[in-house]
Design a binder for this molecule. Structure first.
Ligand code: C2E
Ligand code: CA
Ligand code: CA
Ligand code: CA
Length: 278
């Protein structure tokens, strides 16, 4: 029994060591990822339910590691946030996405662009100046830009957040709450903050067909958004049944694999015409 124990312990130890080694390695690699040209921005379409039109796209960062291949954002974004690399990465994503959106507009496809903003970026004192200078430098129309925030930003820093959010709004940019419904928020911040859009988290959408509680939550969020004068976007729509459910409840916009997965900008352009016919 003793022997078994020792083996078990050393197994866990080596498993932990492996994880720590991977993390350390990834951390070093991530610090070089921008200069090494390993990051890319992919775009996922957003559609208006009533017209079927693709009105916009969300920018999603991708990391192509030279030996590990594609590292999922759910693995490297939290790491980038921890080590502060999300600040230059987020800025690089914003600049790249604004350039691509301007280029699309030039080619006759004036789409709305949304970009994720991490909590860590939000704490930078010069965030608003940086956003303003990227808008100026790329020539994007501010009204075409939306920044997606998570509820955690609104929760933990509610007092100081209001001023910063108002400043960003002052640039002419719109603001959305991402993954709405998954935070631990009291809903009171919704009445205090200059938010334009609520994005219903994909977990509710994916269960709304077979789980009464999820369906109730989705309906409630749609109604809440309408009452507050916010636009609502359903995330992670994968099936025609989910689309029908959302249409019936007057949800205005959707995003999800049913419309399209995130793809490089060239692929996005090539697929725009096909998407427009949905
Ligand atoms: P998110 O902002 O909630 O983005 C939506 C995620 O859901 C994306 O995953 C997208 O590919 C995925 N998705 C969209 N539609 C569907 C669907 O119908 N079914 C399923 N199963 N998934 C769908 P992705 O690209 O892996 O990104 C994961 C998360 O990483 C993002 O979640 C966001 O929190 C973060 N992230 C990605 N890019 C950036 C970035 O540039 N900056 C920051 N701060 N975070 C980012
Ligand atoms: Ca998002
Ligand atoms: Ca989301
Ligand atoms: Ca998410």
């Amino acid at each position: 029994a003793k022997r078994l124990n020792r083996d078990t312990i050393s197994f866990f130890k080596s498993d932990m060591t492996r994880k720590m080694m991977r993390r350390l390695e990834l951390e070093g690699d991530l610090r070089r990822a921008i200069e090494s040209d390993e990051l890319a921005v992919h775009y996922q379409p957003k559609a208006e339910i009533a017209t079927g039109e693709i009105y916009g796209m969300e920018a999603l960062v991708r990391w192509f590691h030279p030996t590990r291949g594609l590292v999922p954002p759910d693995e490297f974004i939290p790491l980038a946030e921890e080590i502060g690399m999300i600040v230059p990465i987020g800025e690089w994503v914003l600049r790249t996405a604004c350039r691509d959106a301007v280029e699309l507009r030039r080619r006759g496809m004036p789409l709305h662009l949304s970009v994720n903003l991490s909590m860590r970026q939000f704490r930078e004192v010069d965030l608003v100046e940086r956003i303003a200078s990227i808008i100026k430098e790329t020539g994007l129309q501010p009204a075409a830009l939306e920044l997606e925030l998570t509820e955690s930003i609104l929760m933990t820093e509610a007092a100081s957040a209001i001023a910063a959010l108002n400043e960003i709004k002052g640039l002419g940019v719109s603001l959305s709450i991402d993954d709405f419904g998954t935070g631990y928020s009291s809903l009171s911040y919704l009445t205090k903050l200059p938010i334009d859009i609520l994005k219903i988290d994909r977990s509710f959408i994916q269960h709304c067909g077979h789980d009464g509680n999820s369906a109730t939550v989705v309906s409630a969020i749609i109604n809440l958004a309408a009452q507050l004068g916010h636009i609502v976007v359903a995330e992670g729509v994968e099936t025609v049944a989910q689309l029908a459910f959302l249409r019936e409840r007057n949800c205005s916009r959707i995003q999800g694999y049913l419309i399209g997965k995130p793809v490089p900008i060239e692929t996005f352009v090539a697929q725009l015409e096909r998407w427009r016919k949905i």
